[in-house]
Design a protein around this ligand. Structure first.
Ligand SMILES: NC(=O)C1=CN([C@@H]2O[C@H](COP(=O)(O)OP(=O)(O)OC[C@H]3O[C@@H](n4cnc5c(N)ncnc54)[C@H](O)[C@@H]3O)[C@@H](O)[C@H]2O)C=CC1
Length: 296
């Protein structure tokens, strides 16, 4: 099976590349700028059609949540028109598309874990682009799996776990928001799930799914766990001070509740995400083993 992933540098694509290496019968390739630029429809269609994969994973996106508030046109162009072009290109060659989306499509005011059919109501430009992107993908290719995930971290690129470890090198105490709740998701676990879905995808299974780490937490407790693991392994650690969202202004409003219920993906595809604490341990250990403060 030939899997083509959009983007070459993102956390999810790098995790997919790593996890696919040992999978028999799977050939995974990644394509990003300049050959495939989501803001240039022609480049998207041409590069995907010429690669002729069996499955397309649409992982590249405009992911700068705060910056999107200042440049909505660019964010919409990439996350709606770009995502739509990826799905359309897959449709042209008869391939299904697995498209990554986010908890930001929800308003974030419901403490219960969101199920797939829950009403969307994004509060940020990024969330609006991803929400509209989902609709565009579904319209462009009926053979789609829209996979919403949340709080992604990994040994690669910029993410919360790397940021905490980097900050702890120079500080004894770090203020972290404690009133936003969600499911931290290791991109490595997400990659395993995506590969499992890609290998088992059949008629009747297309649609929207949630796939996030098991268990939930808030950012402050997430940071505490990162430091507990890091300390055990001789890495940097700091005291975490609880901070309210209202004391920590950001351009884009963060959802208070981002919990995703991943039961449907588990029932339909047999995908069982690991507990976030277990996966955090794996990622912290890997970050400590590399030069983590240099951006990965
Ligand atoms: N990082 C997170 O916490 C979460 C991410 N997601 C979604 O998961 C997917 C993957 O996220 P990550 O790997 O964490 O993102 P990332 O920010 O690590 O990587 C994004 C990738 O998209 C590429 N890209 C950006 N603009 C592009 C363009 N115009 N043309 C081609 N490539 C372009 C970048 O070069 C990069 O390789 C995205 O769809 C994102 O919206 C969903 C929920 C949470």
């Amino acid at each position: 099976m030939k899997i083509l992933v959009t983007g070459t540098a993102g956390q999810v694509v790098r995790s997919l590349a790593e996890r696919a290496v040992d999978l028999p019968g799977v050939q995974l390739s990644a394509i990003g700028r300049p050959q495939l630029d989501l803001s240039d429809r022609k480049s998207v269609i041409a590069s995907i059609v010429s690669a002729k994969p069996d499955v397309v994973v649409s992982a590249a996106a405009y992911t700068a949540v705060d910056r999107a508030e200042d440049e909505p046109e660019r964010a919409f162009a990439v996350n709606v028109a770009g995502a739509s072009a990826v799905a359309e290109a897959a449709e042209l060659i008869g391939a299904p598309v697995i498209h990554l989306s986010t908890d930001y499509v929800f308003a974030g005011d419901d403490p219960k874990p969101y199920r797939e059919q829950a009403e969307t109501g994004p509060k940020t430009v990024y969330g609006m682009t991803k929400c509209e992107g989902e609709r565009a993908v579904a319209q462009s290719n009926p053979r789609h799996v829209i996979l919403r995930t949340s709080w992604v971290y990994s040994p690669f690129g910029k993410n919360f776990v790397r940021t905490m470890l980097t900050l702890a090198r120079d500080r004894n105490a770090i203020p972290v928001v404690s009133d936003q709740w969600g499911n931290p998701t290791s991109a490595l676990d997400l990659a395993d799930g995506i590969l499992q879905i890609a290998s088992n995808l059949g008629a009747g299974q297309f649609g929207i799914y949630h796939l996030a780490g098991a268990g939930d937490t808030n950012w402050a407790d997430f940071a505490r766990h990162v430091f507990a693991v890091s300390r055990t392994h001789g890495g940097p650690f700091a005291d975490v001070t609880d901070v309210a969202t209202s004391e920590y202004p950001a351009k884009a409003r963060r959802p208070a509740f981002s919990r995703l219920c991943s039961e449907k993906a588990s029932v339909v595809f047999g995908v069982q995400p690991r507990h976030w604490q277990t996966s955090t341990e794996t990622v912290v250990r890997r970050l400590l083993a590399q030069d983590f403060h240099n951006g990965g």
